[in-house]
Design a protein around this ligand. Structure first.
Ligand SMILES: Nc1ncnc2c1ncn2[C@@H]1O[C@H](COP(=O)(O)OP(=O)(O)OP(=O)(O)O)[C@@H](O)[C@H]1O
Length: 218
């Protein structure tokens, strides 16, 4: 369950003299297992996702699960460790596991995400699509209650897009808040919210919200 009450975010205006509102008094209660966030470029979707994920501060209040995995729209910003293997292993630390258990779980997570061949590679040497797959692997390894995914398939080829979609929508996957321009994927969520010019203008069943949004684009 996510509750956002009167969240507003301001950024410096381009002339540097004042501020512009990039999220305008957003209020919503998201109780569905999977919620899509749709809207035009620059409407404020990522800003809302970051506010919910606690990555940026806003006015108002946000109540969200404690264990959130955030998939950035720029996957190059995601890895924190030098190599692929170390980055995934980090997700298993702090849970009282032995070194051998961490090694074993890391190997199995890498295998599941078809990253075994890249285990020793430097995270920064990976392509954007590989980084996006690594980010998902590392985040799911952390067993979050909620995944906030900002365009999680933007750099992926068709095959890997299907794999990532299937993983995010698996029965045992964490709850999902999905920012996407892929309206077919958005429709697979239970609910959706529409963001327009910094405001949440609609919330409801994903199909209905996507249909309204698509119409507004005609
Ligand atoms: N740090 C910032 N400083 C100034 N303006 C910002 C900042 N972050 C976002 N904005 C502006 O806020 C608006 C909303 O940005 P946001 O990234 O939330 O949009 P979005 O709906 O996710 O867009 P897209 O679909 O293109 O990814 C944009 O006009 C953007 O330029």
């Amino acid at each position: 369950m996510i509750r956002v009450q009167g969240a507003s975010v301001f950024a410096p205006s381009p002339d540097g003299r004042g501020s512009v509102t990039i999220l305008d008094d957003a209020t919503c209660t998201l109780a569905a297992r999977r919620t899509a966030v749709v809207g035009e470029n620059g409407s404020g979707k990522s800003t809302l996702a970051r506010v919910i994920g606690g990555l940026i501060k806003s006015e108002g209040s946000v109540d969200a699960p404690e264990r959130i995995g955030f998939l950035f729209s720029n996957p190059g910003a995601q890895p924190v460790m030098p190599t692929v293997q170390e980055d995934v292993a980090l997700s298993f630390r702090g849970r009282g596991l032995s070194r051998a258990e961490i090694r074993e779980r890391t190997a199995s997570a890498l295998q599941e995400h078809r990253l075994t061949d890249l285990a020793e590679h430097s995270c920064h040497s990976l392509s954007s699509g590989q980084q996006q797959r690594l980010a998902l692997c590392a985040i799911l390894a952390g067993e979050p209650e909620l995944v906030i995914a900002d365009e999680p398939t933007s750099f992926l080829d068709g095959r890997h897009r299907r794999i990532v979609r299937d993983r995010l929508f698996a029965d045992n996957a964490p709850d999902l808040l999905l920012v996407t321009h892929d309206l077919e994927l958005a429709s697979r969520c239970d609910e959706a919210i529409l963001v327009e010019a910094g405001r949440i203008t609609m919330q409801g069943p994903a199909d209905a919200v996507v249909a309204t949004y698509e119409k507004s684009l005609e």
